[in-house]
Design a protein around this ligand. Structure first.
Ligand SMILES: *[C@@H]1O[C@H](CO)[C@@H](O)[C@H](O)[C@H]1NC(C)=O
Ligand SMILES: *[C@@H]1O[C@H](CO)[C@@H](O)[C@H](O)[C@H]1NC(C)=O
Ligand SMILES: *[C@@H]1O[C@H](CO)[C@@H](O)[C@H](O)[C@H]1NC(C)=O
Ligand SMILES: *[C@@H]1O[C@H](CO)[C@@H](O)[C@H](O)[C@H]1NC(C)=O
Ligand SMILES: *[C@@H]1O[C@H](CO)[C@@H](O)[C@H](O)[C@H]1NC(C)=O
Ligand SMILES: *[C@@H]1O[C@H](CO)[C@@H](O)[C@H](O)[C@H]1NC(C)=O
Ligand SMILES: *[C@@H]1O[C@H](CO)[C@@H](O)[C@H](O)[C@H]1NC(C)=O
Ligand SMILES: [Zn+2]
Length: 533
C-alpha cells in the first residue's frame, strides 16, 4: 500500500477516535447505559485490532516533551479543554509506554538530567547536561573530559545527513534544550556571567550553541533567551532584562555571530524576533532560522501578546520549524518543548499549567496535519512529574478548576486541584496566633483565575517535581518499541533505532531484529535478578 492511503487512513482513525465519543455522549449521561459502554469498547477494540506494526525506517523523528507534564496534568487539561470524554492530540496514539525518571543520584530528577536521558540516551547526575555520571554537579574540570560527553539525537541525525531543529517556550539555553547541544557540569551556566571562577575554563551553554557542533549546524532554533545570547540586551519593546536568570556581559553578540557564521558558509539565514517577522519567513528559501522572541522565557500563554510585535504560540513555532525542515532530502529530527507547564506548576498556578498543556496539544495537532506517520515517528512524553494533585469529590462535568466538595474534617471547601508542595503563595492556612490556624476557604476566591494559587500541603520555596513515572505516546515507524515500563533513557535509543542514526546507523531493520530486540528487553528484568544471585 502506498503512503498516501495509509496516511489518510491513520488521520481518519484519529479523527474517528476523537469524535466518536463526543457524538455518543448524551448531555445528561442517561443514554450511557451498558449498551453505550459495550459499543464504545467495541469500537476501541476494532481500532486496536486494525493496528499493524510499522517497520519502515523513520525518515523523520519529532519528539515533543511537556516539561513537568504529569499524568494528573494531562487528565486535568483534557477535562479543562473539552470535558472528561475528550482526548488531547496524542492520547489516541497506538503505542504507549511508561518511563522511570529517577536520575543517577536523585530519586526525583530535574529537567537537565532527564533531558540528557530522553535526548542523549544516558541517565546522569541531577542538574548536569549532556555529560554522563562521571561529571559531578559544578565540576568544570570533569566536564572538559570528552570521554564523559554524550551526544544527542540531533548530533546523531546530523552525522547521518539529516537536518535538525528545536523549539521551546523557555530560553533556548534552558535545561531541557541544552542537552540537545551542550556538555555542561551545570544547567545554570547558560551565559558567562553566572559561572563561578572555578569554571573559568568551561564554555557557557549559549556559546556552545552558537560555536560548537552540533549547535552551529542546527537549522532551526526558536524560543526565548535573548539576554543569554546578546550582551547588554535591552530587549525589544516592553522586554526588560530578567534579573532572575543570567544576562550576558562579555560584550559578545551571539545572535549576530550566529548569522555571520551561516552567511560565511553561504547558507540563507534569518533571525526573527516577533510574530510579524516569523510569519513573513520564506520557509521555502531559508536554510537556517533563529527565532528569539524574548529576553527570558517566552510569556505564559494566558498573557502572551499575540499581536504582530508579540510572541508566537508553540504551535506557530512548530509549524514554521517543520516547514523549513521538511525540505531535507534525508529527513529531519526535531525536538519541541512545552517548557512553561513546569514553570506554571513551580509557582503553584494550576490554571496556567493546564492552559500551557492545551497549547502543547495544539502544537501536536498541527504537526499531525503536516507530516506522514508512515515515515515520521512522533513521540510525546514528559520529563518528570509535578506537585499538582487531582482530588476527589467533584461531579462529572464540573469545572476542574473549581471546588471539589467540603472537607469532612474542617467543613471548609477544597479545590479539585491542589499541590503537595508549594510556595508561600500556596499557603493553605490563615495563622491567627501561636495556637490557631484555620484553612482558607477557596470558595471565597476566584479559583478559575490564572493568577489563583491552589493550596499546598507542605510550603517550601516553590512547588516541586514529583518522582512518579511519566508516559510516552508514540505513532509512526517502530512506535511499537515503546510498550512497557522502560528506563527513561530508552526513548533516545528507540528514536535512533527507528531512524537508523547514532549507534544504529548500520543496523538493517529486519523484523527479526525488531523481535529479538523486544525479546531481549523483556528478558533483561527477568534475567538480571537471577544473574545477581
Ligand atoms: C555591557 O557590556 C560591557 C562589555 O561590552 C560591560 O563592560 C558592561 O559592564 C555591560 N554593561 C551592563 C550594564 O551590563
Ligand atoms: C561562498 O560563495 C562564494 C561566492 O560564490 C564563494 O566564493 C565562496 O568560496 C563560498 N564559500 C563557502 C564557504 O562555500
Ligand atoms: C498561531 O497559533 C495560533 C494557535 O496557537 C493559531 O490560532 C494561529 O492561527 C497561528 N497563526 C499563524 C499565522 O499560523
Ligand atoms: C487565637 O486566635 C483565635 C482566632 O482569632 C482566637 O479565638 C483565640 O482566642 C486566640 N488565642 C490566643 C491565645 O490569643
Ligand atoms: C474568574 O476568573 C476567570 C478567569 O480569569 C474570569 O473569566 C472570570 O470572569 C472570573 N470570575 C469572577 C467572578 O471574577
Ligand atoms: C557504519 O559502518 C561503517 C562502515 O563499516 C563504519 O565506518 C561506521 O563507523 C559505522 N557507523 C556506526 C555509527 O557504527
Ligand atoms: C546493531 O548492529 C550492531 C552491529 O552489527 C549489533 O551489535 C547490534 O546488536 C545491533 N542492534 C540492534 C538493536 O539490532
Ligand atoms: Zn522544573
Amino acid at each position: 500500500m502506498g503512503s498516501f492511503p495509509q496516511t489518510v487512513v491513520s488521520i481518519f482513525r484519529i479523527f474517528l477516535a476523537v469524535t466518536i465519543p463526543l457524538i455518543f455522549v448524551d448531555e445528561t449521561y442517561c443514554a450511557e447505559d451498558k449498551h453505550y459502554w459495550y459499543q464504545s469498547a467495541n469500537l476501541d477494540l476494532k481500532e486496536s485490532l486494525s493496528y499493524a506494526w510499522n517497520t519502515n525506517t523513520a525518515k523523520n523523528v519529532i519528539i515533543f516533551l511537556g516539561d513537568g507534564m504529569s499524568l494528573e496534568t494531562i487528565a486535568a487539561s483534557r477535562i479543562y479543554n473539552a470535558g472528561e470524554e475528550s482526548y488531547l492530540a496524542w492520547e489516541k496514539f497506538p503505542h504507549i509506554a511508561v518511563t522511570k525518571t529517577y536520575d543517577s543520584d536523585k530519586q526525583v530528577p530535574d529537567s537537565a538530567s532527564t533531558a540528557t536521558a530522553v535526548f542523549c540516551g544516558v541517565k546522569t547526575n541531577y542538574k548536569v547536561t549532556g555529560v554522563d555520571s562521571n561529571v559531578p554537579l559544578n565540576d568544570c574540570e570533569a566536564s572538559l573530559n570528552e570521554d564523559y560527553h554524550v551526544d544527542s539525537i540531533l548530533a546523531w541525525a546530523q552525522a547521518a545527513g539529516k537536518d535538525t531543529g528545536f523549539v521551546t517556550t523557555t530560553r533556548v539555553t534552558h535545561a531541557t534544550p541544552s542537552a540537545l547541544y551542550a556538555h555542561s557540569a551545570s544547567r545554570k551556566w547558560e551565559c558567562e556571567a553566572n559561572m563561578p571562577a572555578s569554571a573559568a575554563k568551561c564554555k557557557d551553554i549559549a556559546r556552545q550553541l552558537v560555536e560548537n557542533k552540533p549547535g552551529k549546524d542546527i537549522k532551526v532554533i526558536m524560543g526565548g533567551g535573548r539576554q543569554q545570547l546578546q550582551s547588554n540586551s535591552t530587549g525589544l519593546e516592553n522586554d526588560e532584562v530578567n534579573t532572575w536568570s543570567c544576562y550576558r556581559q562579555d560584550g559578545r553578540k551571539l545572535i549576530d555571530e550566529w548569522a555571520a557564521d551561516k552567511t560565511a558558509r553561504n547558507f540563507s539565514n534569518v533571525v526573527v524576533q516577533n510574530n510579524e517577522e516569523l510569519f513573513s519567513v520564506d520557509t521555502e528559501n531559508t536554510d537556517f532560522l533563529m527565532g528569539i522572541f524574548n529576553n527570558a522565557h517566552l510569556s505564559m500563554d494566558w498573557n502572551r501578546d499575540t499581536g504582530p510585535k508579540g510572541q508566537p504560540s508553540l504551535e506557530n513555532m512548530t509549524v514554521a520549524a517543520i516547514k523549513i525542515l521538511q525540505k531535507a532530502e534525508k529527513g529531519f529530527v526535531l525536538a519541541v518543548e512545552g517548557g512553561l507547564i513546569d514553570y506554571a506548576h513551580h509557582r503553584g498556578h494550576a490554571a496556567q499549567a493546564l492552559r500551557e498543556t492545551i497549547r502543547f496539544s495544539e502544537a501536536v495537532s498541527a504537526t499531525l496535519k503536516l507530516i506522514d506517520t508512515t515515515e515520521t515517528l512522533v513521540i510525546v512524553t514528559s520529563d518528570h512529574g509535578h506537585a499538582m494533585t487531582f482530588n476527589s469529590g467533584a461531579d462529572r462535568g464540573q469545572d476542574v478548576l473549581g471546588i471539589a466538595t467540603n472537607s469532612e474534617y474542617d467543613n471548609i471547601p477544597f479545590t479539585v486541584l491542589s499541590y503537595s508542595t508549594g510556595g508561600p503563595n500556596n499557603m493553605a492556612y490563615e495563622v491567627y496566633n501561636s495556637t490557631t490556624a484555620i484553612r482558607k476557604d477557596p470558595s471565597l476566591e476566584n479559583t478559575t483565575d490564572f493568577t489563583y494559587s491552589q493550596q499546598a500541603a507542605i510550603v517550601t520555596d516553590e512547588a516541586q517535581h514529583s518522582g512518579t513515572d511519566t508516559l510516552v505516546y508514540a505513532i509512526g515507524p517502530y512506535a511499537h518499541l515503546l510498550h512497557a515500563t522502560h528506563e527513561q533513557n530508552y526513548i533516545a535509543h528507540v528514536a535512533a533505532y527507528a531512524a537508523k542514526i547514532g549507534e544504529y546507523y548500520n543496523n538493517s531493520s529486519s523484523n527479526f531484529q525488531a523481535y529479538s530486540f523486544i525479546f531481549l528487553t523483556t528478558l533483561i528484568p527477568i534475567l538480571l535478578p537471577r544473574l545477581h544471585r
